[in-house]
Design a protein around this ligand. Structure first.
Ligand SMILES: [Zn+2]
Length: 256
């Protein structure tokens, strides 16, 4: 990419998510993105590894053009490929096939930073008959504050435009409930963290993979009651904490 934009947090987030000990991604798996202008999303290029990400590993795509492809029920892989060809000709690199998923998370759910990963602990559940527990009622207080009471589970879909369309449809259904999800689980595939800062996205990915998935992997869990979850969700002190987490810089998220 050519324009001089501050991608420091996005690059740092990408490298951190791919630290081998975290077991969130291997090889060139996973992708990250950041909205940098009204119609511009910076998204990892295909085949590049998060572990060694630098600004040369990110492409700039048009949110409106990609969103239109998702909306057009006649459009398919060939239309996506045509647009990616254009980007590749202009910028010398091709967006990840999951760029469409990122676009939907930004346009439909209002995220400004997005990370898609395949954490081992989360995928173990997503590939089992217990996948729905991830998006079930909250089981601990911090889950309500950091992740929120409502996550979305989308059954396995073909990566690319089909998956993006499916996520868009489910987010539209979800919009009837207050608050957009901060985590989307993709059946037999992985997770997506939707945040307003790189720090928040890292915290979401960590909280889900290291705490929630581990707790759920032990078997039957005891969810919080609706009343308890509602109380935590609306307490003033927890609202303040949640707002601070959403603004967290990378350093504040404890990963300098
Ligand atoms: Zn994936």
């Amino acid at each position: 990419m050519t324009a001089a934009r501050d991608l420091t947090d996005l690059i740092q987030l990408s490298r951190t998510l791919a630290e081998p000990w975290r077991r969130f991604v291997i090889l060139a798996e996973g992708n990250t993105s950041q909205r940098v202008a009204e119609d511009q999303l910076v998204v990892k290029a295909t085949g590049r590894s998060l572990r060694h990400a630098s600004r040369e590993d990110f492409a700039v795509v048009s949110l409106s053009r990609m969103s239109d492809i998702v909306d057009d029920s006649e459009a398919g892989d060939a239309d996506v490929a045509r647009y990616f060809d254009e980007v590749e000709t202009e910028q010398g690199l091709r967006p990840s096939v999951e760029a469409l998923l990122h676009v939907v998370c930004v346009v439909d759910a209002g995220a400004t930073t997005v990370a898609h990963t395949h954490p081992e602990s989360v995928n173990a559940l997503l590939c089992s008959d217990r996948a729905e527990v991830l998006a079930g009622p909250p089981i601990f207080r911090d889950q309500v504050v950091v992740i929120g009471r409502r996550a979305l589970l989308v059954p396995y879909s073909d990566p690319g435009v089909v998956l993006a369309r499916e996520v868009r449809a489910r987010l539209a259904e979800h919009a009837r409930e207050p608050g957009m999800p901060r985590v989307i689980y993709l059946g037999n595939h992985g997770m997506v963290a939707l945040g307003s800062s790189a720090g928040q996205v890292l915290q979401l990915t960590e909280k889900v993979s290291r705490v929630l998935a581990t707790a759920l992997s032990f078997g039957n869990v005891v969810p919080m009651t609706d009343e308890s979850a509602e109380r935590i969700d609306t307490r003033d002190d927890e609202q303040i904490r949640r707002a601070a987490l959403a603004r967290a810089t990378f350093r504040q998220a404890g990963n300098d």
